[in-house]
Design a binder for this molecule. Structure first.
Ligand code: SAJ
Length: 407
């Protein structure tokens, strides 16, 4: 039996995947409401294939609980935020979960940390907890780091098919955990040491952040000198060794916009390109705002309340709004005391998150003359014709209506 701690964006799909592949699973979360919903068979966030996976996991006998269970294997998938001042990881949720596991686990149990952590976190914060308890690593308890790699929007497919990394102190324990993940994972599972696994995960997301920053910087350069960045990227990418990503309104989500900060925080003076990339991506929401003002001037729109922002999530076809560029724009406006709230609509977000949020597309369209497309949901791609007659500023390069403005 495995006890999975933290039933969020990573822990829940992982728990369901194990349970629907013949592994006995108890999923634990401190949030009683979330546990109650799951027990009633309701999925707690939108993701393709998750409802079917929950049904199959329930058939496989998955249990949901607020309690930690006594068992030989634990998988911890709790959030790892960073301190906005020091930029260093805040491991409090991981350390709290490990401490709770140590209260109930039998001798020889394996604790797998799936949460993304900065290199050295397990040495600095987790091992001391084990030692303080008078326990011996490698005898009383085994630590493993097996970072997740799945992408929101395609989680179920990627859980099944992506390669994975398992970092362990002892190769035989690493092998045991590899065999466990092989219950569902069809990708290669590489066994390495803990620090390499920690660093690899952070490096993967940093690589993507830097590459997106390059595209965003190109967008700014091209805008300043009236060149078409999309056409330039399209042509450059025909080179066999060039693959430039797409510029956008900023980088959101809880991974790419967070993990590079761990390296900046831990290696000041060394993590230079990483820091610059972070700053470029973080500057994009403000760039969108100033470009919006520029287009308003060009079009003679003086009333900002006639401008609507389409999309509140951090990317297309997910309901996750964490660190989203639209929220960042909203924040900039709040800071500048710009008065009335921005008009925002997102078909994926039914709960109220910000003032000025619409829940009806028709009402939203009726109230605005200009639409800023922040997210390329399928919904807007299919309803693009509804924007004709409006001024459109498309930050995702998905609109083919004549006269559309781009980044
Ligand atoms: N974005 C761009 N331009 C692009 C690609 C993305 O502006 O060309 C933006 C997106 O709109 C979004 C942000 O970047 O705001 C990040 O989105 P994403 O789809 O690139 O990645 P995430 O954050 O959803 O998931 C990432 C993935 N990591 C990598 O691709 C290296 C995923 O595999 C990880 O599991 C996940 O982080 C995580 O949990 O760490």
């Amino acid at each position: 039996m495995i006890n999975i701690i933290g039933l969020g964006y990573i822990g829940l799909p992982t728990a369901l995947m194990f349970a629907s592949h013949g592994v006995q699973v108890v999923g634990t979360d401190i949030n009683e409401m979330l546990v109650a919903e799951l027990r009633e068979g309701r999925i707690t966030f939108e993701e393709e294939g998750m409802s079917a996976l929950l049904e199959s996991a329930i058939r496989g006998g998955i249990e949901f609980s607020t309690e930690y269970r006594e068992t030989d294997t634990y998988i911890i998938a709790v959030p790892t935020p960073y301190d906005t001042e020091s930029k260093k990881i805040d491991p409090c949720f991981v350390t709290a979960a490990v401490a709770r596991v140590l209260e109930v686990c039998p001798k020889g149990a394996v604790i797998v940390i799936e949460s993304t952590v900065s290199p050295g976190t397990i040495d600095r914060f987790v091992r001391p907890i084990v030692r303080e308890k008078g326990l011996k690593e490698g005898v009383d308890v085994h630590l493993v780091h097996a970072p997740e790699r799945i992408i929101p929007g395609n989680m179920v497919y990627e859980l099944l098919h992506n390669a994975r990394t398992v970092g362990a102190d002892d190769a035989s324990v690493g092998q045991r955990i590899r065999t466990l993940y092989e219950a569902f994972c069809q990708g290669e599972i590489v066994v390495t040491d803990i620090r390499t696994a920690e660093m690899t995960k952070v490096v993967e997301n940093t690589f993507r952040d830097i590459n997106i920053a390059f595209a965003n910087e190109l967008a700014k350069i091209c805008r300043s000198d009236s060149m078409d960045v999309y056409e330039i990227i399209r042509i450059a990418n025909k080179h066999p060794r060039v693959r430039i990503l797409q510029p956008g309104p900023g980088v959101g989500g809880h991974c790419i916009s967070v993990d590079p900060w761990f390296l900046v925080g831990d290696y000041p003076g060394l993590a230079n390109i990483i820091l610059t990339a972070r700053n470029i991506n973080d500057s994009m929401p403000e760039f969108v705002l100033s470009r919006t003002r520029e287009i308003m001037r060009e079009e003679g729109i003086t009333d900002v309340s006639r401008v609507g922002f389409y999309g509140l999530t951090y990317k297309e076809n997910v309901d996750d709004v964490r660190e989203s560029p639209t929220l960042q724009i909203n924040h900039v406006r709040d800071r500048n005391l710009c008065g009335q709230p921005l008009k925002i609509f997102d078909p994926w977000v039914s709960r109220d998150i910000v003032d000025g949020q619409y829940h009806d597309f028709d009402a939203f369209l009726e109230d605005v003359d200009m639409v800023v497309i922040m997210v390329g949901h399928s919904h807007i791609r299919e309803n693009m014709h509804r924007l004709s007659g409006k001024v459109v500023f498309d930050t995702r390069k998905i609109c083919d209506l004549p006269g559309t403005y781009f980044l």
